[in-house]
Design a binder for this molecule. Sequence first.
Ligand SMILES: [Zn+2]
Length: 340
Amino acid sequence: MAWVRFRKKDMPGGLWTKCPSCEETIFSKELSENFQVCPKCSHHLTCTVDERVRYTLDEGSFEELYTELKPVDRLDFRDKTSYAEKLEKTAEKVKRLEAMTIGTGTLHGREVVLGVMNFQFLGGSMGVVVGEKVTLAVEIAMERRLPLVLVCASGGARMHEGALSLMQMAKTCAALGRFADAGGLYLAVLTNPTTGGVTASFATMADVIIGEPGALIGFAGPRVIQNTIKQELPEGFQRSEFLLARGQIDRIVSRPQLKDQLFLLMEFLAPTSDEARPVSELLAAASRSTNGHSPTEGAEAAEGAGADDGAKNRLPEESGDEETPKKKRPRKKAKKNGKA
Ligand SMILES: [Zn+2]
């Protein structure tokens, strides 16, 4: 094999990635092309903001907004170093000024507002700017009557901003409340991990809450809970599969199928035409404006993997019968395994 010729020190950093679940060593480029999903065990690794945008939207369609907004150290907070210094160093490392990226783009040709949280930026914590950017995303979606998709990943509120960060919970929820009253469609994708004040506010206010396979989703972390109640927690506690079985999230979608699933949900809950069309036709039309993998293949793969058994035939038929499809949530299904 070719790699034998290279000594370890000759290899550029990050060429290979070790799967944290099955410990398989995977070529990083291959992993990125495979949606950062391990080809051996289907473990979903963390992806960057740019990858997430690439996996979710049509190629080159993303227009990032409010890139210049950056947090301020209002409390003059200091632990080992000052918050201001920490912000500067993190921004340099992550190449973005905050843990939230928002913008508009197209998804299989449909215009959407997309927000992506970045766990690499101070644990995806929610400070004033994260709250402001979520609110701006909601307001743009409302003004332009577009569906809103937020991809969440967070350790919770940002302690460096004290009570100001907690206020973002109320602020984002109020904006989403107005959006819901106006009939707007909001889809949330909860990735590993989504916890704390983000789970307790905008992440779980969506019309449809999608979890990525195996994602940790909760308010307090499992260790804190275990230490508090002094009891062994059940297996899989706070993971997507555990929450789906208890009705706390609506579905689990693996990353390669996510784009198609978001598109179908949008077509079902906020159809662009009154005419009911079969899913195959919807996806075929979408494939003309899409990039990367074929959406039809994706839907078949999802069906084959049992990720979304009934949706393929059900969505358009129901959407044709509904007078106000926006307000109707899709029927919850029995526990299913989203792992491909
Ligand atoms: Zn693996």
